[in-house]
Design a protein around this ligand. Structure first.
Ligand code: ZN
Length: 134
């Protein structure tokens, strides 16, 4: 049991519409999905490029974690998401290893996943997302 492949990389942006244009130009293909996750205060879009998946995130309100991130660090890479087969088991394993989890239970995330996050303070400043197919 461990973390599997990188499922996607999340990038925080100020203006999702503008960034959708930019990343469409970069990848040569439009976003395949746009989705708002109200519980997280984010609007997202997803791109595929080769075997890779990129998630763009815009804050949908000023209390959104994305708004706070951008205020502190500016736009840029926000998190790295790893696929896991059994998210509950991984959360338990990582907690026992001493990592701080931001969630006590997996929660519904974008793109039909169950997700949980590790606090960047315990992962060298990198926000790590675990995600499992629902
Ligand atoms: Zn993500």
């Amino acid at each position: 049991m461990a973390l599997d492949k990188i499922e996607h990389i999340g990038i925080a942006v100020k203006d999702l519409n503008e960034s959708n244009k930019l990343f469409s130009q970069l990848f040569g293909e439009a976003a395949y999905k746009m989705e708002e996750v109200e519980s997280e205060g984010v609007k997202t879009s997803f791109f595929k490029t080769g075997p890779n998946k990129i998630e763009l995130l815009e804050a949908s309100n000023e209390n959104s974690p994305i708004a706070k991130f951008i205020a502190k660090k500016g736009e840029g890479v926000h998190h790295i998401a790893f696929a896991v087969e059994d998210i509950k088991a991984e959360m338990e394993r990582l907690a026992l290893e001493g990592f701080t989890l931001l969630n006590t239970e997996p929660k519904p995330g974008a793109d039909g996943k169950l997700v949980a996050f590790l606090h960047p303070k315990t992962t060298n400043g990198v926000l790590i997302e675990l995600c499992q197919d629902r």
